[in-house]
Ligand binder design. Structure first.
Ligand code: BES
Ligand code: MN
Ligand code: ZN
Length: 500
């Protein structure tokens, strides 16, 4: 999709639709408003809003044909909700709804007004950024497996024009960064939506290599089974050993221009399918193609990073494997030696993510990162703790955690900190090995999972995001138009890295 700027009033441009906004109960006086369109339509816009009881609630949308009074064919008025709740997220959602409505109308072009001033502390560049994100993300489709043309209905919206007197260079930059983020989220969504027969660990590796080919500032190495063995990644190998498809370990580097002061390690769980192993899952197994959403977020973030180009060094680490039951699968009661040297007794083969991550975290420590961030669909428990719209965050450094939470807020990806209660570690410490891979019982599984990972981060500043409930949406929203992978938390990562 293209986002362009014009100095020509929108009523004179032959776009298919123009859009205006309304705060709840405030009519067309809202931001980036539509009073001008109302004037050109002889007051019919505000009249219709009254007739139809249009209140400006969030999600409300009114579509009015212009019958050639002005060049655009339709005016859309979209509700923003109460003025007191306004934030960049309101505009992100607006962008999503305009995109979906435009495609429903089979519109190819749209236009909106972008005023120069700030609105409730949100400057025009931030509003534009949010709009482009929302609009771009709402255009996401996953139709590659549809063979019938009518089911493949492609989006029509191609160009969105913004009219205003803002400084075009700054707006252009905001728009480009937002589009880079959208591209990264799309990649993460695509990879996560792919089924496990199409996305194996080696395919994930090839996707990473493709990123290095696409971007000069990214380099990638992919380790195969033999090299993983040489690295002594006993935990990752154990998870993979019951599968007919071999594991992969992906190492990415983003090299910024200049001398960066900070290095961030991003580690993503890459279980391409989690059957549970011998502790086979009895429910929701068909959802477990999404168990590599953390890995997808790392790859998506790298794709965006290469274009946004923040001045920070970033390395990515992805342990990729498939967790299957088989005659040669790892067993409950097996004792593994992890790369770190610590031994782990398996009590549940379904607690496989932390094993794969243990070796990846240990490997990542060698890059001497300033901060480590891991993303994993680690525990079903996070859905009970904070629900499907919030990511659980746990870490060992208050400032780092606070920064990540702030980035999530800015990005419109809510996250909440859970306490990393050390006393819960007791459950891991019994038995014949250094650790068990699961504490006893199912309570506070999200915290227990984080505590296990913490064993492998050495003295580094580290934060863990449990995205098991947020990486997949069961319901469409304004800028996520379908059931499926959300691409969480690519946006949070990029906002975090941009603000370092
Ligand atoms: N991949 C699952 C977690 C998951 C559950 C992701 C639901 C997405 C939706 C993970 O490997 C797992 O099985 N976790 C177990 C851990 C337990 C065995 C300690 C869980 O959460 O039940
Ligand atoms: Mn599992
Ligand atoms: Zn899993």
């Amino acid at each position: 999709m293209d986002f362009k700027f014009t100095q020509q009033p929108l009523e004179k441009i032959p776009v298919d639709l123009v859009f205006a906004t309304s705060f709840e109960k405030e009519g067309l006086r809202g931001p980036d408003g539509g009073i001008v369109f109302d004037k050109y339509l002889d007051g019919n816009l505000s009249r219709l809003m009254q007739d139809q009881n249009f209140e400006g609630k969030e999600g409300e949308i009114l579509c009015v044909p212009t019958f050639q009074k002005i060049k655009p064919k339709y005016v859309l008025v979209a509700g923003l909700g109460p003025q007191k709740d306004f934030s960049a997220e309101s505009i992100r959602r607006l962008g999503g709804r305009i995109c979906q409505e435009a495609n429903r109308l089979r519109a190819r072009s749209a236009g909106g007004i972008l005023e120069t001033g700030g609105i409730k502390g949100v400057p025009p560049e931030a509003r534009l950024r949010a709009f482009v994100e929302g609009c771009g993300l709402a255009a996401y489709q996953f139709i590659r497996f549809k063979t019938k043309e009518d089911k493949k209905k492609k989006n029509t919206l191609q160009t969105v024009w913004f009219y205003g007197r803002g400084k075009t260079a700054r707006l252009q930059k905001a728009s480009e960064e937002a589009q880079a983020i959208v591209g990264g989220v799309e990649l993460a969504r695509d990879l996560t939506n792919l089924p496990p027969n199409h996305l194996t660990p080696s395919v994930l590796g090839r996707q990473a290599l493709a990123l290095a080919k696409k971007h000069k500032n990214i380099s990638v190495t992919v380790l195969g089974a033999a090299e993983i063995l040489k690295q002594k990644m006993g935990a990752l190998l154990a998870v993979a050993q019951g599968s007919a498809t071999p594991p992969a370990f992906i190492h990415l580097k983003y090299n910024p221009s200049g001398k960066p002061k900070t290095k961030v390690a991003l580690i993503g769980k890459g279980i391409t399918f989690d059957s549970g192993g011998l502790n086979i899952k009895t429910r929701e197994q068909e959802l477990m193609k999404m168990d590599m959403a953390g890995a997808a977020a790392v790859l998506g973030a790298f794709d965006a990073l290469a274009r946004v180009q923040p001045k920070v060094a970033v390395e990515g680490f992805i342990p990729a494997a498939e967790n299957m039951p088989a005659g040669n699968a790892y067993r409950p009661s097996d004792i593994l030696t992890t790369r770190s040297g610590k031994t782990v007794e398996i009590v549940n083969t379904d607690a496989e993510g932390r094993l794969a991550l243990a070796d990846a975290l240990d490997f990542a420590c060698e890059s001497k990162p300033t901060y480590m961030i891991d993303m994993a669909t680690l525990t079903g428990g996070t859905a009970y703790a904070v629900g499907e719209l919030v990511t659980s965050v746990l870490g060992n450094d208050k400032r780092l955690t606070a920064r990540l939470l702030a980035a999530g807020k800015k990005a419109g990806e809510p996250a909440w900190e859970l306490p990393i209660v050390q006393d819960y570690k007791k459950g891991y410490l019994k038995g014949p090995a250094d650790l068990k891979n699961s504490g006893s019982g199912t309570k506070a599984s999200t915290i227990s999972g984080a505590l296990f990972l913490e064993e492998f981060v050495q003295n580094n500043k580290w934060v863990h995001m449990d995205i098991a409930s947020t990486a997949w949406a069961d319901e469409p929203t304004s800028y996520h138009p379908m059931v499926g992978a959300t691409g969480t938390p690519v946006r949070t990562l990029i906002y975090f890295l941009m603000d370092l």
